[in-house]
Design a protein around this ligand. Sequence first.
Ligand code: ADP
Length: 364
Amino acid sequence: MPQPTPEQLRAALATLADPASGRDLVSAGRIDSLQVKDGLVQVALRVRREEAAAMEPVRRQAEALLAGQDGVRNATVILTAHRDTPAQTPPQGHARGHAHGHAHGDPRQQPKLLTAVGAVIAVASGKGGVGKSTVATNLAVALAGRGLAVGLLDADIYGPSLPHMLGVTRRPEVRDDKMLPIKVWGLAAMSIGFITDPDTAMIWRGPMVMGALQQLMEQVAWGKLDVMVIDLPPGTGDAQLTLAQRVSLAGAVIVSTPQDVALADARRGVKMFETVGVKILGLVENMSFFCCPECGHRTEIFGHGGARAEAARLGVPFLGEIPLLAGVRESSDSGTPIVISAPENPAAAAFQALAASVQKAIGR
Ligand code: ADP
């Protein structure tokens, strides 16, 4: 059965009413984007943030309608909020959640997310490229290997890396209005990259990102999980702060490379979590030293031990060192985390040791 064209899908959406304007969804300008590929439909509906609750039934209706069209295998409809509509412009100082008198917009006042999960761990880094996603992925897989039911959530909406690292190309199925996480390498995983083309996510703006992230937490049938590992976006901006406030985190693991610049960023990460009362499970030094695969000789390319010293200075635990090894990158690129592809590799052993420390720290 051929898949419908975008025009046909728009025509279907034009049969649904927009509650705010009384017009139909299409002429009301609600369709922010619409894509159809291999029978999978993705639609973003444009809403103002305060309309989100009222638009949720419409979102579900649209999803059901699209999913019922001939030639559609699966449909995902998300709500997106734009910063450029006047109601979206946060008042000065509000974006960081410190505004006064706006309780409904203050993330600390909103209901917590992921309350059914035993322990939610954030994996964070002060800056990109230090191997945060690699650590999050291998930590999650190693925890699952220790008998825990583990979820892995890619909170990096702008630059999702889990599809690549986990080798996932299939789309999540939808059942009873919820997306099913992808079962891979013993984990339940979810990433915006499983749903949308990463290039689409790149053009999203702040509030849309939070909306999408919230949907990845709430509209996914995560099932019963002992642990959820969240791969946070790099940095210490609003998304990280809001997440730290909306989820009751069991703790944060901060990933750094040994160089001073990276450590300065890691320090900011530690401070951010401490400010919002999140326990620091510890610092991990990634790309700590280079182990020659031929002779096993250790070379400390970036200097070494910086994170251990920094952890001591900050009074937080040091969780270990992950060597810089080509195998780590190769296995990420091939879509199989190294703890599975090469368990005998020293980096895999380091990730196993990290998982053991984290499991102990969260008392699971
Ligand atoms: P981040 O999430 O901090 O941006 P990634 O986890 O995406 O970083 O890692 C950046 C790149 O570095 C990836 O290509 C990854 O495979 C590689 N990498 C990460 N850790 C190591 C390591 N210990 N040894 C070798 N390559 C690594």
